[in-house]
Design a protein around this ligand. Structure first.
Ligand code: FES
Ligand code: FES
Length: 161
C-alpha cells in the first residue's frame, strides 16, 4: 500500500505491507532506530513514539493507521542537530539511563506528560512512565530526571524580570 507519513516534521511517501507495524516502518523504512523493539506485543513500552502528541506503543499499530497523524520519534525531539531537549539533558544530568534501551521511550513518555502537565507530582510522573519497563531498574533517576526537566521548562517559560 502507498501511504504518506508525517514523521518528525517531514512527510514521507512509502510503500508498506498492510501488516507492517508502525515500529517496523519507522526502523526499517525510515531508518529511525530510536524506537526500540522489545517485547513486540505491547508490554514493555520500548517502542513508544508520540502519536499526535500522545505516547503510544508503535509495535501495536499498523503503519497504515498512522496516515494523517503526526508522529514524533526520539530523533525528532532535539531542538537542533547536536543539541538535546530539556528532558534529554536532565536524563544525562541525573544519570537517568544505564544501558539506554528504555531511554528513548521514557523520554518520549516524559515529553507527552510535560506537554500536558508542566507541574507534575512525583506520583503523576511515576504514573506517566508506568507503562515503560526499565530492565536496569533505574526508576529513581528517571523520575528525578523528569522532575528536573519539568522545573527547568517551567523556568524557561517564565517571563524575565
Ligand atoms: S516492543 Fe512495543 S511494547 Fe514492547
Ligand atoms: S536503562 Fe537499561 S533498560 Fe532502562
Amino acid at each position: 500500500m502507498r501511504i504518506e507519513l508525517d514523521v518528525n516534521g517531514t512527510k514521507h511517501e512509502l510503500t508498506v505491507e498492510p501488516r507492517t507495524t508502525l515500529l517496523d516502518c519507522l526502523r526499517d523504512c525510515l531508518d529511525l532506530k530510536g524506537a526500540h523493539a522489545g517485547c513486540e506485543h505491547g508490554v514493555c513500552g520500548a517502542c513508544t513514539v508520540l502519536f499526535d502528541g500522545a505516547a503510544v506503543r508503535s509495535c501495536l499499530m499498523f503503519a497504515v493507521q498512522a496516515e494523517g497523524s503526526i508522529i514524533t520519534t526520539i530523533e525528532g525531539v532535539t531542538p537542533a542537530p547536536g543539541e538535546l531537549s530539556p528532558v534529554q539533558d536532565a536524563f544525562c544530568e541525573t544519570h537517568g539511563m544505564q544501558c539506554g534501551y528504555c531511554t528513548p521511550a521514557m523520554i518520549l513518555a516524559a515529553h507527552a506528560l510535560l506537554a500536558d502537565n508542566p507541574q507534575p507530582t512525583r506520583e503523576q510522573i511515576v504514573e506517566a512512565i508506568s507503562g515503560n519497563i526499565c530492565r536496569c531498574t533505574g526508576y529513581t533517576q528517571i523520575v528525578e530526571a523528569i522532575a528536573l526537566a519539568a522545573e527547568r521548562m517551567r523556568g524557561a517559560n517564565r517571563p524575565q524580570a
